[in-house]
Design a protein around this ligand. Structure first.
Ligand SMILES: [Fe+2]
Ligand SMILES: [Fe+2]
Length: 283
């Protein structure tokens, strides 16, 4: 089990509100998704927009590179267990809610879901790399965490956004800080996808009338993740400070002062406004 208990597990999930297509394809939501679709696509020779994907490849050992293998093993343990279930949260709702299988919503969601399978493959490549280097990736502490998060009283789309913000973005930020060159591109590729997923899922949650949880509700989940990943790590306090800055103000002077961390690694969970930073990475 992860060390810290997450509150509200015993509260029952409220009934999911009935949703109509018109909720989903409100003008504002459609405009948001259109913009996101344009950012992740290119135009082919027939003039059609086709999505671009981060494609995982086996990680290579780099001469003179150093990284925190124990921390990376824990990060990868989280990814191996959590990537596909987060994709399944969205898939389950596409089956259930007709409005999610229409037009731009369907295109964006399908491409996002397929991202999760690529991330999972990337986690397996990272596990192979770490195992080869003599580290053990132990997923056993994470399985109960997955079960616990599935009992959180949020709509599945909201829960997907919640886990992307409280688990994936922090763990990928740590991978960029402590993963050396070997993991830097790996983490950046996945991170860019996760930032987009948060924008999509939070936009859809809003369209579904399922507002995102408050900061007060999200932070214990993030804390459970960071405590598990960092344990007695010397940078734990620094990372908490940086993460709190992001959560409360949307910017982190602490992280901006770390040269190894590009400005794109982090995102405030509620406003989802750092599109400028996001755009820099895809240009
Ligand atoms: Fe993912
Ligand atoms: Fe995601």
């Amino acid at each position: 089990m992860l060390q810290r208990e997450i509150p509200w597990l015993e509260s029952s999930r409220p009934a999911i509100k009935p949703t109509t297509i018109s909720h989903i394809i409100s003008h504002k939501t459609t405009m948001n998704l259109e913009q996101i679709w344009i950012e992740r696509t290119t135009v082919n020779e027939k003039g059609n927009r086709v999505p671009t994907f981060w494609n995982p490849t086996p990680l290579s050992k780099i001469e003179g590179d150093t990284y925190d293998g124990n921390l990376m093993a824990r990060i990868v343990s989280l990814g191996l267990v959590m990537e596909l279930p987060v994709g399944e949260l969205v898939t389950s709702q596409m089956r259930r809610i007709p409005g999610l299988n229409v037009g731009i919503v369907e295109k964006v969601l399908k491409s996002n879901i397929s991202d999760e399978a690529r991330h999972d493959k990337g986690m397996h490549y990272a596990e192979e790399f770490l195992t080869e280097a003599g580290y053990t990736v132990d997923t056993s502490p994470v399985h109960q965490f997955l079960k616990d998060t599935q009992r959180l009283p949020y709509h599945p789309i909201t829960l997907a956004a919640c886990l992307e913000v409280t688990l994936f973005l922090p763990m990928l930020a740590l991978a960029r800080m402590h993963g050396g060159q070997a993991f830097n591109r790996w983490a950046l590729g996945i991170n860019e996808d996760e930032q987009r997923h948060v924008r999509v899922n939070s936009s859809l949650a809003s369209a579904l009338g399922e507002p995102l949880p408050t900061c007060h509700q999200w932070i214990p989940i993030r804390d459970a993740v960071i405590d598990y990943l960092m344990d007695r790590h010397p940078d734990k306090d620094l990372f908490y400070r940086a993460s709190n800055e992001l959560y409360h103000t949307g910017d982190s002077p602490t992280l901006n002062a770390i040269p190894a961390v590009a400005a794109v690694s982090f995102m405030s969970p509620f406003t989802v406004t750092n599109s400028e930073k996001y755009a820099r990475t895809v240009s």
